[in-house]
Design a binder for this molecule. Structure first.
Ligand SMILES: [Ca+2]
Ligand SMILES: [Ca+2]
Length: 436
C-alpha cells in the first residue's frame, strides 16, 4: 500500500479530490487470474483509449489535444487539436461513428471529439473524418456540432465523455459536468434549463439549426424535447462530473460513474429500456447521503446510485466497462477504478444495487502484470472485440489479458489477439445464452 501516498503526491490532483484514508483490502474471490500487457507508453497525460476496428489501430487520447494511434507497436499522431488545458480542461472525449467502417453510411470515417475551446473555455463537440490513410485524420474535415458555455474561470468538472448506444447510429451521448467550483454553486445539476451537469443525447444525423456552426437535431423522444424552460438535449440530469461512462454492448444499459465532492463516489445505471428523465440527485445528494453543507433528503423522482464508495477506497471514481470479452474471467462484471488511489475493482453487473463488500479488487494482480504497475487510473477503454484497456495518467496504456500473458504475443506486440480469436468462436453462443 506504500504506493498510494506516492500517487497522491505525484499528480496535481487532476480531479481536485480530497485527502483519503489508507484503504483496507477487499479480498478477491475465486481462482480467476488476470495479466496485463503494455500497449504503449510515453503518452503525455492520456485520458482514453479505444480500438473501434478489429485488427485496427488503438487510438489514445491525450489531454493536451493529441490523438495518437498504436499499431504494430509503433505510435504516431492521428490528429492534433488546440485546446485549453488548465485544470481538468483539455481533449476530453472521443467516439467513433457506428458507421465509421461503412462506405454507405453518413458516418463513414467520421468520429467525434469533445474539447475545451482554447479561446473562451466553451465545451465544444466537433466531428472529423479519417483521411485515406487510416492512421491520419483529415484536420480540414472539421464540422462543429455544438458548443455550450462554461462558467468563467472555473477549470474543473468538465466531464466530456462521448458515446453511442449499441445499435443506434443516430444519437450521440455527451456527458457534461456541473461546470465546477465545488458543491455546484449555481445548482446546475438540478437545473434542466442548462446543459451543465447532464447526460445529453443529440441526433448527429439531423440538423435543427440554420447556423452552419450548429449541426445536430434534438431527438423528439428526448424527455425534455419541446418542454418550455428546459433544454431538449437533456436525457438525464443531477450529475456532478460524470467523467467516464459506458454502454454495456450486450444489454444497452448505460453505466454512469459520477465523481463525488468530498464524501462519496458513485455508479449509476441508466437502463436500456429508459425513456430518459432520470434525476441522479446532485447537488442535493452526494452518493447515498445528503451533500454535506448543501444537501438534503432524497426527493421524489431522484434515483439513488447503484453503488457508492467512501474515502476509504479512493477519491475520484473512473468509470469502466461491463466486460463482454468472452473467455475473460471478468465477463459480466462491471470493471471500474479510482484515479486517486489507483485501485481497481469489479462488481457483478446484474443491475442490482451493490456495496463495496460485493466488489472484487484486482489492483494487486493487475499491478503485477507484464504491463507494469499502474498509477492514476484516468480511464478504461474497450476495443472492437470487447478487449479492455486501462489508461494510466502517468503515460501508458495496457490491455487486460489472461494470466500468464502469452510470451509470443508479448514479443510480437499482439497482445490478446489469440484470446480474442478463440473468444470470437464462443461469443455468439454465449451471448445468446445470456440473453435467454
Ligand atoms: Ca446547422
Ligand atoms: Ca448522484
Amino acid at each position: 500500500m506504500h504506493r498510494f501516498p506516492l500517487k497522491a503526491a505525484g499528480l496535481a490532483l487532476l480531479f481536485g479530490a480530497a485527502p483519503f484514508a489508507l484503504p483496507f483490502a477487499v479480498p478477491f474471490a475465486g481462482a480467476a487470474t488476470l495479466d496485463t500487457v503494455l500497449v504503449a507508453s510515453g503518452f503525455n497525460a492520456p485520458l482514453y483509449a479505444t480500438s473501434p476496428l478489429a485488427g485496427g489501430p488503438i487510438f489514445v487520447v491525450e489531454k493536451g489535444g493529441l490523438i495518437k494511434t498504436v499499431q504494430g507497436g509503433s505510435v504516431s499522431t492521428f490528429l492534433s487539436l488546440s485546446v485549453s488545458t488548465a485544470g481538468e480542461q483539455g481533449l476530453l472525449g472521443l467516439a467513433f461513428d457506428p458507421g465509421y467502417a461503412n462506405p454507405a453510411s453518413a458516418g463513414y470515417r467520421r468520429f467525434f471529439v469533445s474539447t475545451i475551446d482554447a479561446s473562451n473555455q466553451d465545451s465544444v463537440i466537433s466531428s472529423y473524418r479519417t483521411s485515406d490513410n487510416p492512421l491520419v485524420a483529415d484536420a480540414a474535415s472539421r464540422v462543429e456540432i455544438m458548443r455550450f458555455d462554461q462558467p468563467n474561470g472555473l477549470t474543473n468538472h468538465k466531464a466530456g465523455w462521448l458515446g453511442f448506444k449499441p445499435g443506434d447510429a443516430d444519437h450521440l451521448y455527451i456527458a457534461s459536468g456541473d461546470g465546477g467550483g465545488g458543491y455546484d454553486p449555481s445548482s446546475n445539476g438540478q437545473n434542466t434549463n442548462t446543459l451543465l451537469g447532464k447526460m445529453l443525447r443529440i441526433d448527429i444525423n439531423g440538423d435543427d439549426f440554420a447556423s452552419p456552426d450548429i449541426n445536430y437535431a434534438i431527438p423528439a423522444d428526448n424527455p425534455f424535447a419541446g418542454v418550455a424552460g428546459s433544454r431538449g438535449e437533456i436525457f438525464a440530469y443531477g450529475l456532478r462530473n460524470p467523467w467516464r461512462n459506458s454502454f454495456d454492448r450486450l444489454t444497452g444499459d448505460l453505466w454512469i460513474a459520477d465523481v463525488g465532492q468530498s464524501a462519496r463516489e458513485e455508479v449509476n445505471l441508466l437502463l436500456d429500456s429508459s425513456a430518459g428523465g432520470e434525476n441522479f440527485g446532485w447537488r442535493v445528494r452526494e452518493g447515498d447521503i445528503a451533500t454535506p453543507g448543501v444537501g438534503g433528503p432524497l426527493q421524489p423522482g431522484m434515483d439513488d446510485p447503484l453503488l457508492v464508495y467512501t474515502r476509504s477506497f479512493g477519491g475520484s471514481i473512473t468509470g469502466g466497462y461491463v466486460v463482454r470479452e468472452v473467455g475473460s474471467p471478468l465477463y459480466g462484471q462491471y470493471l471500474f477504478g479510482d484515479f486517486v488511489s489507483g485501485r481497481i475493482w469489479s462488481v457483478l453487473a446484474d443491475g442490482n444495487p451493490k456495496t463495496m463488500a460485493d466488489a472484487t479488487e484486482w489492483t494487486a494482480m493487475l499491478d503485477a502484470g507484464a504491463g507494469g504497475v499502474l498509477g492514476n487510473i484516468a480511464s478504461f477503454g474497450e476495443g472492437a472485440g470487447g478487449e479492455i484497456y486501462i489508461v494510466d495518467f502517468g503515460g501508458k496504456v495496457v490491455q487486460v489479458v489472461p494470466e500468464p500473458a502469452p510470451a509470443l504475443l508479448l514479443a510480437m506486440g499482439l497482445a490478446g489477439l489469440a484470446w480474442r480469436r478463440s473468444a470470437a468462436a464462443r461469443r455468439e453462443k454465449a451471448e445468446a445464452a445470456a440473453l435467454g
